[in-house]
Design a protein around this ligand. Structure first.
Ligand SMILES: [Zn+2]
Length: 296
C-alpha cells in the first residue's frame, strides 16, 4: 500500500462492538487528525446475544444470521468514527465467535478459540506488513475479562507483531515490519469507580440494574496506566458508534448496557498500558499521544 498517511494505527479486536466500546474516541480522534486507522476484527460475533426483540430471530440457535447483521453494524459504526479501513481477520467468516468461556461453541472446529495461534497469525502479519503501523492496540493477556476470543485476539496480535518483524518469516506476506509501540486496553480503577458513582447518582431507574466494576474489562490500578487519550471532543461520535451496534448495546446518554441490561458508564477518556516499545514521555508521566516518541 503506497501513499498512506505518515502515522498509522492498528487495532485488533475480537468482535464487532469491542472497538467502539474500548477505543471509539481514540479511533475518531486519530482518524480526524489524518492518521490511517486500521481495524482488524477477528470474528463476526455470531454468538452474541441479541437485545432488540424484533431481531431475536438472528440468534445462533435460530437463523444463525447474527454475524452477517453485525458486519453491517460495524460498517455503520466505522462511518460514525470516520474509519475507512476495517477488515475481518482472514476475511469475514474465516474464524467464528467462540462464545463465552466453557460453552460447547468453544470447541467448534471453526471457533477462533479452537484455532492455533500460528494458523491465524499470518493473516494479521499480512495486514501489518502492508499497512506498516507504528502503533498497535489490543487486549491484555486476560483479554480484559476472560472471553476466549479476546484472549485469543491478544495472543494472535502479539504473535503477529513478532512474526511481522521477522525477515525470514513468510517473505510472500511482504517486507518485515516492526511495530514501534504496542498498547493494551486498560481502565484505571479510580476512573471506573467514579463512573459508577456518577451512574448511581444520575441514572437510577434507566437501567434495570447497574453492572459491577468487575464487569469492566481491563480495570487496573492507576499506576499501571501509561497513556491517556482525551476523547471528550469525540464523545458523541463514540456514543453514535456504540449505538450502531444495536443488537449488542443499548445507549442511554453517557451510559450504556450490554445484553445483561446492567448499566455501565461510557468512558470518553480512553486509557492504555504500553506493552512493547519505548515510552514517549519521562517515567511516571502519562503519554497523551500514542505516537509520542515514534520516529516517522
Ligand atoms: Zn467482544
Amino acid at each position: 500500500m503506497k501513499d498512506l498517511p505518515a502515522r498509522r494505527l492498528l487495532l485488533v479486536h475480537a468482535h464487532p462492538d469491542d472497538e467502539s466500546i474500548n477505543n471509539g474516541a481514540t479511533m475518531a480522534r486519530y482518524a480526524a487528525e489524518g492518521v490511517h486507522v486500521t481495524l482488524v476484527t477477528c470474528t463476526m460475533g455470531e454468538e452474541g446475544e441479541v437485545i432488540p426483540g424484533d431481531l431475536a430471530h438472528l440468534a445462533p440457535d435460530r437463523d444463525d444470521r447474527l454475524g452477517q447483521h453485525r458486519v453491517g453494524e460495524l460498517a455503520a459504526a466505522m462511518k460514525e468514527l470516520g474509519v475507512e479501513d476495517y477488515r475481518f481477520l482472514g476475511g469475514a467468516g474465516r474464524f467464528r465467535d467462540s462464545g463465552m468461556m466453557g460453552l460447547p461453541q468453544n470447541r467448534r472446529p471453526d471457533a477462533f478459540w479452537n484455532t492455533e495461534v500460528d494458523e491465524a497469525a499470518p493473516y494479521l502479519v499480512e495486514v501489518i506488513r502492508s499497512v506498516r503501523p507504528q502503533v498497535m492496540i489490543t487486549y491484555d493477556p486476560q483479554g480484559g475479562y476472560g472471553h476466549p476470543d479476546h484472549i485469543q485476539a491478544h495472543r494472535v496480535a502479539m504473535r503477529s507483531a513478532e512474526l511481522a518483524a521477522e525477515p525470514a518469516f513468510r517473505r510472500d506476506l511482504g517486507d518485515a515490519h516492526t511495530i514501534a509501540k504496542v498498547y493494551w486496553n486498560r481502565v484505571p480503577r479510580t476512573v471506573a469507580e467514579e463512573g459508577f458513582a456518577r451512574l448511581r447518582e444520575t441514572a437510577v431507574g434507566s437501567f434495570p440494574g447497574i453492572a459491577d466494576i468487575g464487569d469492566i474489562p481491563g480495570v487496573v490500578d492507576d499506576s499501571e496506566i501509561t497513556a491517556e487519550i482525551d476523547g471528550s471532543a469525540y464523545a458523541e461520535r463514540k456514543a453514535a458508534a456504540m449505538r450502531a451496534h444495536a443488537t449488542q448495546i443499548a445507549v442511554d446518554g453517557p451510559f450504556f448496557a450490554l445484553s445483561n441490561d446492567l448499566g455501565q458508564p461510557i468512558f470518553t477518556a480512553e486509557y492504555y498500558q504500553l506493552a512493547a516499545g519505548e515510552p514517549g514521555v519521562p517515567a511516571g508521566q502519562r503519554e497523551r499521544d500514542l505516537f509520542a516518541g515514534v520516529a516517522l
